[in-house]
Design a binder for this molecule. Structure first.
Ligand code: ARG
Length: 611
């Protein structure tokens, strides 16, 4: 490294890492200048150095620290300011102190961090948290995430899709910060409806159909038996004499009671439904780059843990009884209503299983944090759950978090309004495939059009889901989200492909092994600086997305990067450039690609190289 690029002696500030997040060194250099001029504590000033203010690289608002007219304080900085290796210039503007970085040093240190971290990660693919943007903040901590969690025999609805996509990104984000993450699928695989399903299967089930496509078949069976059940109810309501004990409803309850009592034949059939369904789910999850460490579920909650929870609730005086004998927890005091924890017939309910389950999971994992990801429609359920656990005095109670999201409107597939995840993905893939075919020349070069269109289709579906703030509703639109034009998933893939193509198209230009082999002075250009400045923000973007469980922060960062690279394209041409320039630019492209690639993987996308 040339002497003019070296870091000057920088202050020690808690939480900074100048090697892996060079922008912090530039901020610290500004903080040092101001702190010296004002005789203030440098760490305090550091917290006020802002990025992203128009017309400058780094800014500081004087009123944040000094009351009254800022002039005197501005003057002090003006008099003391001397450029150094990191900070090139100073100018005041209104109440702001504005600083511009030394562009060469900025390029050098960022390209150095990105490239050396990429090399370290390559050398150790098992390490999740080595690339630019990663940190070790969560080292030693364990996160458990309960997400996706569909119900067996019922369609995988839009809510499950959102939970799957958002949940996966939350897991990945924690891994980039060094957390150990356990991904848990809490299947809806228990309850009276499984008694009903079992009856339905005796009536309408077909072994071949079950093996071929368990999810669809069980759903068909479930729909049929529900129809019968409804018809029977209608007759009963119309006054027809029906023995309540001989109804489908009563029989279903008996089967479920058998299941709860562990009766072997009831359990055996249910186990088969469950296992076949999991197998099928795994296939679909694979096409989404989603995986689980454990397929758990409502059925796995230990009966004694539910009993224990009920007992503690009773002992602590949290319960009351309904006239029919059902037991409730009374949370009216907390404006959370009352909630059943044991039905009149003694069986458990969704909340009972979550109460017992929290204890079981705590015993199994001793997590530092446990996130549940579901639609905001379940907000009350989770408030009740967390409050009850808290009142019970459970040690896990202060480690639980509910991450919610808005609704999806208009989701249906060409096969009908009931949505199966596999059908959504296959629709998206078909639309992408058609789109790709429309450019015959490019299409001819794609090695695996089927696989590629499946990846871009999945990208489109995921990015559509992750672009808005998660709390907002959105309208599902397969045609729109698969468009190559505009801020949709395929655009991010396209940018990655384009970044990959530079290296491919310039086989005569060597890719430097380290930033010290290129001449950063040839990268001094406002458009390039804009791109680098955006890259420099990536670690902060990751941290913010993690803190707020907000994947859209990364998606929008990716879109902006794609636009910036798109508009710098002409400025950073490699082919036809003079040697020194070509080498430096190619190195720059490779590093942009490294960061975009990491962002895409964090979003659970599969970055593709050609399309
Ligand atoms: N199976 C539930 C549903 O489809 C979601 C389960 C969420 N997790 C939990 N521990 N309650 O609505």
């Amino acid at each position: 490294m040339s002497a003019q690029l070296q870091y000057p002696t920088l202050p020690v500030i808690a939480g900074t890492d100048y090697v892996h997040e060079p922008i912090q060194a530039f901020k610290a250099a500004v903080a040092q200048i101001v702190a010296d001029a004002w005789e203030e504590d440098v760490s305090k000033i550091y917290a006020g150095v802002d990025t992203g203010k128009k017309g400058t690289d780094l800014a500081l608002a004087v009123p944040r620290f000094k009351k009254g007219k800022p002039d005197e304080w501005i003057k002090k900085v003006e008099e003391a300011f001397k450029p150094n290796n990191l900070i090139a210039s100073f100018k005041p503007q209104g109440p702001f102190l504005m600083f511009d970085v030394n562009k060469q040093a900025f390029a050098y240190h960022h390209l150095r961090a990105i490239s050396s971290m990429a090399a370290a990660a390559k050398a150790d693919p098992a390490a999740h948290n080595k690339e630019f943007g990663c940190s070790t903040e969560g080292a030693g901590k364990h996160l458990l995430v309960d997400f996706s969690s569909p119900n067996i025999a019922k369609p995988f609805h839009a809510g499950h899709l959102r939970s799957t996509i958002i949940g996966t990104v939350i897991c990945n984000l924690h891994e980039t910060a060094g957390w150990k993450v356990t991904r848990l699928n809490y299947l809806g695989d228990w309850g009276t409806q499984y008694g009903l399903l079992s009856l339905g299967y005796d009536r309408y089930g077909d072994e071949e159909a079950l093996k071929a496509d368990p999810i669809h078949h069980l759903f068909e069976v479930y729909v049929k038996i529900n129809k019968d059940n409804d018809a029977e109810k209608a007759k009963f309501n119309a006054g027809e004499a029906i023995d309540p004990e001989s109804t489908i409803h009563a029989a279903a309850k008996r089967v479920f009671k058998d299941m709860e009592d562990g009766e072997p034949t009831a359990i055996a059939q249910w186990t088969r439904f469950r296992e076949l369904s999991i197998e099928k789910l795994k296939e679909t999850y694979a096409t989404l780059n989603v995986n689980f460490d454990v397929y758990w579920g409502e059925s796995q909650v230990k009966p004694e843990s539910m009993e224990r929870a009920i007992q503690i609730c009773e002992e602590k005086g949290l319960t009351c009884k309904e006239d029919n004998g059902a037991l409730l927890v009374d949370l009216k005091k907390y404006k959370m209503d009352r909630a059943i924890i044991r039905k009149a017939d003694g069986t458990s309910i969704y909340l009972t299983r979550d109460l017992g389950g929290a204890h079981d999971k705590w015993e199994l994992y001793h997590f530092d944090k446990h996130i549940y990801v579901t639609a905001s429609a379940q907000a009350l359920h989770f408030k009740q759950l967390f409050k009850t656990l808290d009142l019970m005095g459970e040690p896990c109670a202060d480690k639980l978090e509910h991450v919610t999201f808005g609704m999806v409107h208009g989701m249906s597939t060409r096969k009908g309004t009931v949505v199966f995840l596999a059908d959504i993905l296959s629709d998206a893939k078909d639309v992408m495939h058609e789109q790709m075919k429309s450019n015959a020349a490019k299409y001819a070069q794609v090695e695996d059009p089927e696989g590629t269109s499946a990846i871009i289709g999945a990208t489109a579906v995921k990015i559509q889901d992750l672009t808005g703030k998660r709390i907002n509703d959105y309208t599902f639109d397969i045609k729109r989200c698969t468009s190559f034009e505009g801020d949709f998933g395929p655009f991010i893939q396209y940018s990655h492909v384009r970044l990959c193509s530079v290296e491919r198209k310039n086989p005569n230009v060597p890719v430097a092994d380290s930033v010290d082999e290129i001449d950063v002075s040839v990268l001094e250009d406002p458009k390039i600086h804009e791109v680098l400045y955006h890259l420099a923000a990536y670690p902060e973007i990751i941290k913010s997305a993690l803190k707020f469980s907000e994947p859209s922060t990364i998606v929008n960062w990716c879109f902006k990067l794609s636009h910036l690279v798109g508009s710098a394209w002409e400025t950073i041409k490699v082919s036809g450039a003079e040697d020194r320039e070509a080498r430096a630019r190619l190195f720059l492209f490779v590093q942009i690609r490294n960061v975009l690639n990491h962002a895409m993987r964090t979003l659970s996308l599969t970055p593709i190289e050609r399309m």
